[in-house]
Design a protein around this ligand. Structure first.
Ligand code: F6P
Length: 319
C-alpha cells in the first residue's frame, strides 16, 4: 500500500491545516496509508510519525496554526540530521513526503530528494514569496488581518492628526506590504524591492501634509529595514507626530479566509493526484488561474518579482 506522510515546515500560515486535511482525505480516498510528521523536519529526525485517518483531520479546516506543529530545524541542515531524517523515512517505508512550507522548506525538500526520498511541496507561507506560484497558502488571511488592523490604526491617527507607520511581515518580499497598502488606502508603502532614502520619505510626508492630509498611513515591509528608527527620524525631521506599530505574528494567526481554505484544499488534492499519476519531486502552485506543478529544481531556481502595475497603482493612489 502506498504510504504518504505530510508535514508543515517553517513559519506557520493560516490554511496549513486545511491543506493537511485535503492531503489526508484525498489520500485516503485513493486507498493510501496516511501519516503526519510532527514539528516539521525536526519530527523527521525524532521519528515523530503519527497515523492519520479521516477523523484525525476533523474540525481543523477553520483553525489557524498547524495542528501537527511546524518548525525551522537547524539540525536538519547538518549531515547527521539529514541522514537520520532519511533513515527514518526509509524505516517507516514512506513512499512520498508532502511538505507544506516556504522556500526554506523547499530547499530542505531538495536535499531529501537528493538522498532518494520522494517529495511533493505545497506552498504554505504568509509571505507569498515563492517563485513557482502566484499564490501561497496563508497570504490572503495575513493581508486581511493587516488591513483590518490598519483601519483600526487609521481611526486613532485621524482623530489625533498623526501619521501611522505600520510594519508588516515579509522578510525578503513586500507582498503583504504592497497588497495591504493598496487595500487599506495607504499614503505610502516602503518595500525591500524599492528602496527610498529617509530624506525622500520625509519630503513626501511633508508634501502630503501641505496637500491638506491631516493623517497618513505608511506601510513598511519588515524587509525594508528598521521601521522604529525610521519613525524616530520622521518625527524629528518633519515635526509630524508618528504612531509606530509592528503587527508581527498577529498576521500569522487566526482563522484562514475562505480563499486560503479553498486554495489549500485544491492544492492538497492536486498533490495526491500527482502521486496517483506517479509524478513526484514536484512543487504544486497556482499560476494564471490554474493549479500546476514544476520540478523542485526548477521551482527553486525561479525568481519572483512584484507586479510593476501594482507598484504603479500604489503610488498613484497615494497622491
Ligand atoms: O516566513 C514567514 C514569516 O512570518 C516572515 O514574514 C517573518 O519574517 C518570519 O516568518 C518570522 O519568523 P519567526 O516566527 O520564526 O520569527
Amino acid at each position: 500500500m502506498t504510504k504518504v506522510a505530510v508535514l508543515c515546515s517553517g513559519g506557520d500560515a493560516p490554511g496549513m491545516n486545511a491543506a493537511v486535511r485535503a492531503v489526508v482525505r484525498t489520500g485516503l480516498s485513493h486507498g493510501y496509508h496516511m501519516l503526519g510528521v510532527e514539528n516539521g523536519y525536526a519530527g523527521l529526525i525524532d521519528g515523530s510519525f503519527v497515523a492519520l485517518n479521516s477523523l484525525s483531520v476533523a474540525d481543523i479546516l477553520n483553525r489557524g496554526g498547524a495542528f501537527l506543529g511546524s518548525a525551522r530545524s537547524p539540525e536538519f541542515r547538518t549531515p547527521d540530521g539529514l541522514a537520520t531524517a532519511v533513515a527514518n523515512c526509509h524505516q517507516h517505508q514512506i513512499d512520498v513526503l508532502v511538505v507544506i512550507g516556504g522556500d526554506g522548506s523547499y530547499a530542505g525538500a531538495a536535499t531529501l530528494v537528493a538522498e532518494g526520498v520522494n517529495v511533493i511541496g505545497l506552498p504554505g507561507t504568509i509571505d507569498n514569496d515563492i517563485a513557482c506560484t502566484d499564490y501561497t497558502i496563508g497570504f490572503d488571511t495575513a493581508v486581511n488581518t493587516a488591513v483590518e488592523s490598519m483601519y483600526r490604526l487609521r481611526d486613532t491617527s485621524s482623530a489625533h492628526h498623526r501619521a501611522s507607520l505600520v510594519e508588516v511581515m515579509g522578510r525578503h518580499a513586500g507582498y503583504i506590504a504592497l497588497y495591504s497598502a493598496i487595500a487599506a488606502g495607504a499614503d505610502m508603502v516602503l518595500l525591500p524591492e524599492q528602496i527610498k532614502s529617509q530624506e525622500q520619505i520625509a519630503e513626501e510626508l511633508i508634501g502630503h501634509q501641505k496637500m491638506g492630509k491631516n493623517h497618513q498611513l505608511i506601510v513598511v515591509a519588515e524587509g525594508w529595514g528598521d521601521s522604529a528608527q525610521l519613525a524616530d527620524y520622521l518625527a524629528s525631521s518633519t515635526g509630524i507626530k508618528i504612531n509606530h506599530d509592528v503587527l508581527g505574528h498577529i498576521q500569522r494567526g487566526g482563522e484562514p479566509s475562505s480563499m486560503d481554505r479553498i486554495h489549500a484544499s485544491m492544492m492538497g488534492q492536486f498533490a495526491i493526484d500527482l502521486i496517483a499519476q506517479g509524478l513526484v519531486n514536484q512543487l504544486v502552485g497556482w499560476r494564471h488561474g490554474e493549479y500546476m506543478c514544476m520540478s523542485i529544481e526548477a521551482g527553486l531556481a525561479a525568481k519572483k518579482t512584484l507586479s510593476a502595475d501594482m507598484l504603479k497603482l500604489a503610488n498613484v493612489l497615494s497622491h
